[in-house]
Design a binder for this molecule. Structure first.
Ligand SMILES: *Cc1c(COP(=O)(O)O)cnc(C)c1O
Length: 392
């Protein structure tokens, strides 16, 4: 198709037709529930720190909402990934498969385990790891030795894969689980962006050995900072709680720690915020879906770009609304970013591929044709769940 030279203006018009006037952030938190009540309860009780009833309640509320047997609350999503990888057996000298198209936390958590990220390509349906390309790649790039998947290029064990549900859209998790099984590696889901997203009715983050969530300020619900580990393995859940709470053995007064643990506990104050936010999650999700539908109508007639829709069979939380420029319009991405931001509409490109960052430029990687194409074409547009309630 020809270049649509009005594309930046067309996009501003389409967004404005949905959200009205005024400057707009990419994603703002919303505190319309019991936040003040629960925070006051924390202060009045003096339990503001690492123990308190809201931590226990937040963990059980999260388990109930996601259907996971156990949820362990931690300080942030990166810490959740770090501990999940440790518990999956990732050790110094291992490799871990990750999408090149992800937020930096996924890759950093691998390095915290003294392992090396190994980047793989994305599919254009969910923007997450491409199970078909991955199976092909592993068939030629690895061999099985002593029940371990060994990278032919580096001789190292590929211990695990960490698919990520990009912008809340579920990746093809069943196909990836089959690849993980066939190539003898663990699967940890980075579900930081996909709270509320399901595949065949089952919550993302509950398919793999463990899943991780984030409650950073820009996520669908926030605890200020926070994260969680989900698992259906109660023994692993117990290990996660132990390792994230300094590995202290319970005792009335003795300080005995049985391994080098982490102080990754979520403070009670943050958990109180989380409990209040979780109560509102169903309404946030409904509002996000309504916003998606309004954008979809507005963008139907704009040439050269499409609004991203949840994959078939999946239910997305629509965390960040996303535009995908046609290949023929990719060279207008920066113009779109400039014109929209100049118009007071906060838009952002997708992350730079991990392999472009200096610390990961020498990491092993598969061919990345789709990730490289998506990197030039994805743009997130204002997505706050409260947008329509403030629009005229
Ligand atoms: C937000 C996010 C995380 C975790 O981030 P924290 O700020 O540490 O909570 C991890 N992975 C992805 C893909 C994310 O978007």
């Amino acid at each position: 198709m020809d270049r649509n030279s009005n594309l930046p203006q067309d996009i501003v018009r389409a967004i404005r037709s949905v959200v009205g006037d005024g400057p707009l952030a990419l994603h703002e938190p919303r505190f319309n529930g019991n936040e003040w009540v629960y925070l006051k309860e924390c202060l009045d009780s003096t339990y503001v720190s690492s123990v308190g009833k809201f931590v226990d309640r937040f963990e059980s509320d999260l388990a109930a909402f996601t259907g996971a047997k156990r949820a362990v609350a931690v300080v942030n999503g990166t810490a959740a990934l770090h501990v999940a990888l440790r518990l999956a057996g990732v050790e110094a000298g291992d490799e871990v498969l990750l999408p090149a198209l992800t937020f930096i936390a996924t890759a950093n958590a691998v390095v915290y385990c003294k392992a090396t990220p190994h980047f793989v390509d994305s599919e254009d349906r969910s923007f997450g790891m491409d199970a078909v390309a991955l199976r092909d790649y592993l068939s030629s790039a690895t061999e099985l030795r002593d029940n371990h998947c060994i990278s032919r290029g580096t001789g190292r064990i590929i211990r695990a894969m960490v698919p990520m549900h990009t912008f809340g859209h579920p990746v093809d998790i069943e196909a990836l689980l089959a690849v993980a099984h066939d190539f003898h590696m663990q699967l940890i889901e980075d579900a930081a962006e996909s709270l509320g997203s399901t595949v065949g009715g089952k919550h993302t983050g509950t398919f793999g050995l463990m899943g991780t969530l984030s409650f950073n300020g820009n996520k669908t619900i926030t605890t200020g900072g926070g994260g969680a580990i989900l698992t259906n393995d109660l023994e692993l859940g117990k290990r996660a709680k132990h390792l994230t709470t300094t590995s202290k053995l319970p005792h009335r007064w003795n300080f005995v720690h049985d391994e080098v643990g982490y102080n990754y506990r979520l403070p009670n104050l943050n958990a109180a915020l989380g409990c209040a936010q979780l109560e509102q999650l169903p309404s946030f999700l409904a509002d996000k879906r309504r916003l998606f539908e309004r954008y979809q109508a507005a963008f139907a007639s704009v040439q050269g770009v499409r609004l991203v829709v949840e994959p078939a069979g999946c239910h997305s939380n629509y965390w960040l609304q996303t535009l995908l420029l046609d290949e023929s319009q990719a060279n207008q991405r920066d113009a779109v970013l400039t014109v929209t931001n100049d118009a007071g509409l906060m838009t952002r490109p997708v992350w730079a591929l991990m392999n472009r960052l200096s610390m990961y430029s020498n990491a092993p990687k598969a061919p990345l044709p789709m990730a490289e194409s998506l990197e030039r074409r994805l743009i997130n547009i204002p997505s706050s769940s409260g947008l329509l309630s403030v629009a005229p």
